[in-house]
Design a binder for this molecule. Structure first.
Ligand code: NDP
Length: 332
């Protein structure tokens, strides 16, 4: 018998999540039986920390539910010949140290995964955030060489890849982030312009200075006030990919902002929200390209690795506060 640890939502978050909103549970897992439904026992090795967990909690969770999320997990026992013991997979089993599975929905890491590459990247640059950046830029922004792209939360999991992919595709890239070390990182990985949105005296001026001609594409991870200012800096026929709105996820009372219709009309903009799973059928194609760019050194990655399953809530709260550079993950 294996005893799993799992983090549950003890109390619905009010505003910013706090440690007392989480509950660490122990769960006895049943033994795998010959001919039974559950054919696999897995242990989580890396767990992903993502902003959507905050958004999802208020829409789809009740108190007592296990926190949602994906992990890279190792198969430790198998009664399914399709999965051998020791294989690593990406699963969507929430904040748990161990779990059982019937094998459905488990995704193998892309073939030709180099030994030298951390498997945690399957949760980041060669995983869902990488695909978000890739398809968001190609299919929603429809970027073309020579265009100017703006991205916010630029030093995070998605944003840092958006900027680099746009550079690979010969665009000019402007990024902003919430600390000076993050801005220095953006310059190091090739952003043309980067600034700290928390310390600039005027966001309006900073956006003008970074690209006096304006922006063809805006990959928006933040929403709220930032977006209300940025929309006025779009070029005529500009495209806005609404990827996330993290500035609003902790709001108990919805924010009210300037309305967007006038700049949308006058600049004839296109604005499109998207969820990365729209391209689930093209997952392998996207991962293959991302892995290739990583191996060639064209795409740099950084991970914020928190050690210890007990620190899941702290890593989650830290990410919402902007403590992560690159992808936030927890190593069990
Ligand atoms: P990040 O790694 O970027 O981490 C979140 C970052 O957001 C923080 O580090 C912080 O960086 C920034 N942030 C937090 N609060 C605020 C705020 N109030 N205003 C501005 N910035 C803030 O996370 P991801 O890359 O995983 O996700 C980025 C965005 O993309 C999120 O909005 C997420 O929901 C969205 N997303 C959407 C997907 C889709 O399919 N549509 C898929 C994946 C992600 P800083 O220090 O710079 O403030």
């Amino acid at each position: 018998m294996v005893t799993a640890k799992a983090w549950a939502l003890k109390k619905h978050f009010e505003g910013f999540p706090k440690p007392s909103d989480f509950d660490l549970k122990t769960i006895e897992l049943p033994k795998l039986k010959e001919g039974g439904k559950w054919k696999l026992l897995l242990e989580s090795v890396f767990l992903s920390i993502d902003p959507y967990m905050r958004l999802y909690s208020r829409m789809d969770m009740k108190e007592g539910d296990i926190m949602p999320g994906t992990q890279v997990a190792r198969i430790v026992e198998s009664k399914n010949p399709a999965f051998t013991v020791g294989t690593f997979v990406v699963a969507n089993s929430g904040w748990r140290t161990h779990f059982i599975s019937d094998g459905k929905g488990l995704q193998l890491l892309p073939p030709a995964w180099p030994e030298s590459l951390p498997r945690s990247l399957a949760l980041g640059a060669v995983g869902m955030p990488g695909l978000t950046a890739y398809f968001g830029l190609l299919e929603v922004c429809k970027i073309k060489p020579g265009e100017t792209v703006l991205v916010n939360a630029a030093a995070g999991a998605v944003g840092s890849l958006v900027g680099q992919i746009a550079k690979i595709l010969d665009c000019k890239v402007v990024g902003c982030a919430g600390s000076d070390p993050k801005v220095a990182y953006l310059k190091k990985i090739g952003f043309d312009e980067a600034f700290n949105y928390k310390t600039v005296t005027s966001l309006d001026e900073a956006l003008s200075n970074a690209s006096p001609d304006g922006y063809d594409c805006f990959f928006d991870n933040v929403g709220g006030e930032f977006s209300s200012v940025a929309i006025n800096h779009m070029k005529k026929y500009g495209r806005i990919a609404v990827c996330g709105s993290i500035s609003q996820y902790n709001d108990s009372v919805p924010q009210k902002g300037p309305y967007i219709q006038i700049p949308m009309i006058l600049k004839e903009l296109q604005m499109e929200g998207f969820i990365v799973y729209r391209w689930h059928k093209r997952r392998e194609e996207g991962l293959k390209v991302l892995l290739k760019w990583i191996v060639e050194g064209k795409l740099k990655y950084h991970e914020q690795v928190t050690e210890g399953f007990k620190n899941m809530p702290a890593a989650f709260i830290g990410m919402l506060k902007g403590e992560n550079l690159g992808k936030a993950v927890v190593k069990v």
